[in-house]
Design a protein around this ligand. Structure first.
Ligand SMILES: [Zn+2]
Length: 76
């Protein structure tokens, strides 16, 4: 299953910049942790998970690693 990272804006929406990165399935705008994200928010490839200057959502990270065992194996 394809995933991608999608940004959650801080206070003030787009002008507030990226507050947190979530993981979504496919091109959905609802994060794996259940948070609804702006459909126009920036996306990144999953290889950037944990490498962004902004924080990544811990809940999304846990779900993502469970669905992509090959990635969690790399982290052990
Ligand atoms: Zn999340």
């Amino acid at each position: 299953m394809m995933h991608q990272m999608r940004a959650e804006y801080g206070a003030g929406g787009e002008a507030g910049g990226v507050r947190l990165w979530h993981m979504v399935r496919g091109t959905q705008s609802v994060a794996m942790c259940g948070r609804e994200l702006d459909p126009g928010a920036p996306v990144r490839e999953t290889v950037d998970w944990g490498k962004t200057p902004e924080l990544c959502c811990h809940t999304c990270g846990a779900y993502f690693l469970r669905e992509t065992p090959y990635l969690s194996a790399e982290h052990q």
